[in-house]
Write a protein that binds this ligand. Structure first.
Ligand SMILES: Nc1ncnc2c1ncn2[C@@H]1O[C@H](COP(=O)(O)OP(=O)(O)OP(=O)(O)O)[C@@H](O)[C@H]1O
Ligand SMILES: [Mg+2]
Length: 294
């Protein structure tokens, strides 16, 4: 019997039979291939997430996602509505624990420490990994007390002088100090939407977190307030690691160094933000960033 050599690109070849063969190099990725492409891992990660699955009851919302979050960088999470961006973000500080019927499996570590370990104190974890939500949600308290709340419950400041300093520093870092310094005793809810969001950022950073998660922090803001928050994200990056969910590709391109593209619960592609937006490798990423998805 003739020896048959199998080749994926040229079909079946019989040795000795010489005929021109048209070789089609298959270097494109099929839309059906949901294996993550790109550089999911970094050399010196702050957080490692491996084989993360999330279920709401019997429905699976995140499918076996693995990636690293590096130090002092902004990772943007993009993708169509319902693809699991918020769900994935909430795994990072165990906010999914607060949702009935939500189950997370996989391995998530902060500096090598398993954040889902049964002995881990979730309240202190959430002070290390702060979160800013889509809709600004100041407490019904004064501007001062909104910022002082976290440091007070975590015992970070024990006297008025230390607390004053934390409040001033946090509001300054959040780019809000000049606008509120004469009205610290007034309610946080009386500020404009953009100011409230900066107050929430001040509140998140007042406990000196290591990581800040932001879920569409600018979606309710006008372009001027958005620009302020984006400037702020860029400054915060020098001190904190940030993961941001955004529907604005321009925003992802402006503020992040790495971008992750999600589609129906799968992490499709992850890589340098410049590469994702100029030279996406997966056709689903390309469809999305060129506006062809839908
Ligand atoms: N509390 C919940 N209970 C049940 N299913 C949920 C819950 N929250 C989200 N889901 C489902 O999980 C999937 C992912 O939702 P998620 O909110 O994470 O998407 P998203 O990418 O953040 O969308 P959007 O861009 O609209 O905010 C969706 O199918 C959604 O219906
Ligand atoms: Mg969401």
């Amino acid at each position: 019997m003739d020896t048959i050599i199998e080749s994926s690109s040229v079909g079946l070849i019989k040795p000795g039979v010489i005929e021109p063969i048209k070789v089609e190099v298959q270097n494109t990725i099929s839309r059906d291939d949901r294996t993550t492409v790109g550089e999911a891992f970094v050399d010196d990660p702050r957080m490692t997430l491996r084989n993360v699955n999330v279920f709401y009851g019997a429905e699976q919302a995140i499918m076996d996602v693995s990636l690293d979050i590096g130090k002092r960088q902004v990772v943007a999470m993009i993708g169509p509505s319902g693809c699991g961006k918020s769900t994935f973000l909430r795994c990072i500080n165990r906010m999914n624990d607060t949702i009935d019927g939500c189950r997370v499996t996989g391995d998530i570590k902060l500096d090598g420490e398993d954040i889902y370990h049964p002995d881990l104190d979730v309240v202190s974890l959430r002070s290390r990994i702060g979160m800013v939500f889509q809709k600004p949600n100041p407490f019904p308290k004064s501007i001062y007390d909104n910022v002082a709340y976290g440091p007070r419950i975590h015992g970070i400041a024990t006297n008025k002088t230390d607390m004053d300093e934390i409040v001033v520093t946090s509001l300054t870092k959040a780019g809000l100090w000049n606008e509120v310094k004469d009205r610290l005793d007034q309610p946080g809810t009386g500020l404009s939407g953009g100011q409230q969001q900066r107050l929430c950022i001040a509140r998140a950073i007042a406990v000196n977190p290591e990581i800040v998660l932001m879920d569409e922090p600018c979606s309710a803001l006008d372009p001027i307030a958005t620009a302020k928050i984006e400037e702020l994200i860029d400054e915060l990056r020098e001190q904190y690691t940030i993961a941001i969910v955004t529907h604005s590709m321009q925003q992802a391109a402006r503020v992040s160094q790495r971008t992750a593209y999600f589609h129906l619960g799968d992490l499709i592609e992850i890589g340098d933000t410049d590469q994702i937006f100029t030279n996406p490798r997966h056709p689903l990423t390309e469809d999305y960033i060129t506006g062809r998805f839908g």
